[in-house]
Write a protein that binds this ligand. Structure first.
Ligand code: ADP
Length: 336
């Protein structure tokens, strides 16, 4: 019986009459429902009693606290089944927490997108009314029209980033992966940001130009590096420097982007990779930010079997480092 239960994708408990536990799979412990070899959780006990009375299997969903603190719960589906005539009962516990967590991320994303889209659309609608009301004032009309252009650009940037992000979620860059020359990709990304850097008198310095190959999708990697460089420019004062470097480090290739900018408060560091999370929403909007840039960077890195790290001190600057598995040497070996 226990080897059967070990092969089912659920946690299991077998109870003898009197609700003493004769078997429990190892992870049942995480739910804290057994004490001194007896079932101790009231909701589970109620379900077991109902099954004993009816002699029929029953199912229920249950939320059990994750621990003594906070409001985190295990979201469980519990099936209680009578076995044989000896009063044995089998409890199967399916943990749906991960599914619920993904569901709630999806719901949040839809709610956030709706909010983000409504802001520029609302602004456009108000501005167009203002244009209608200012029929005799060409100067005011020009002013409103300029503002409309800004909002239309914001809307189009946002839609583009949402498309980028959803493409990334569908595509697997490691299937049909190309050899990507990281130095070339970094140079392209720097070129894309030249204009915005010059406008702010920011110098982009590309040091440590080692040759480095990784497996993946060049377009995605360029988008990620470009997002980091754009952020470095946007969140730095004028007349500062942005440094970009490529390095080999213990089987990894690292691309780092360092700025002398405003930095990020420590409490925000772990949240900045979330979609639409911004430390200062007003500053992000003023620089044309969508709040999606870093979540795209993180996606690209993890899809390539890598990750992204951040180091930052408020007022001093930040360094973002994307780490990829290094395939430089594999390629050299293959060529021999
Ligand atoms: P945004 O479009 O707002 O720049 P991102 O996802 O790229 O969105 O970044 C999220 C937030 O992280 C930004 O709003 C900003 O507050 C912070 N941030 C990102 N990069 C930097 C940086 N180089 N220096 C300071 N803050 C940064």
């Amino acid at each position: 019986m226990s080897s059967l239960l070990e092969n089912i994708d659920a946690e299991s408990i077998i109870l003898a009459p009197g609700e003493s536990v004769v078997f429990a799979s190892p992870s049942v412990e995480t739910f804290n429902v057994i004490k001194d070899s007896r079932l101790q959780n009231e909701s589970l006990l109620q379900l077991v009693r109902a099954v004993r009375r009816s002699a029929k299997a029953q199912e229920a969903t249950m939320e059990l606290p994750r621990g003594p603190l906070g409001d985190g719960t295990h979201d469980l589906l519990v099936r209680v089944i009578p076995i044989g005539d000896d009063g044995l009962i089998c409890i199967l516990i399916f943990d749906d927490s991960e599914m619920h967590r993904l569901d709630s991320i999806r719901r949040d994303f839809v709610a956030n997108i709706s909010h983000e889209l409504k802001t520029p659309i609302g602004a456009l609608s108000i501005l167009s009314e203002a244009v209608l009301g200012a029929a005799d004032d060409p100067e005011a009309i020009a002013n409103f029209a300029n503002k409309m252009q800004v909002e239309a650009k914001r809307l189009s940037d946002l839609v583009q980033e949402i498309i980028n992000l959803s493409r990334l979620q569908d595509a697997d860059p490691l299937k049909n992966a190309q050899d990507v020359n990281l130095t070339d990709v970094v140079k392209e990304a720097i070129d894309q940001s030249r204009l915005s850097a010059e406008k702010r008198h920011i110098e982009i310095v590309f040091s440590d130009q080692v040759s480095a190959l990784i497996k993946g999708d060049a377009r995605q990697i360029e988008m990620a590096i470009s997002n980091l460089i754009e952020n470095a420019i946007n969140y730095s004062p004028e007349n500062t420097r942005v440094g970009v470097a490529v390095k080999h480090n213990e089987g990894l290739v690292e691309v780092s982007v360092t700025d002398q900018g405003i930095g990020i408060p420590e409490k925000d560091l772990e949240r900045i990779f979330e979609r639409f999370y911004r430390v200062d929403p007003a500053r992000s909007r003023a620089t044309g930010g969508t709040g999606l840039g870093l979540s795209i960077v993180k996606h690209v890195a993890t899809n390539h079997g890598g990750d992204v790290l951040v180091w930052s001190v408020e007022g001093a600057g930040s360094t973002f480092t994307i780490r990829f598995p290094d395939s430089t040497h594999a390629r050299v070996a293959g060529e021999k």
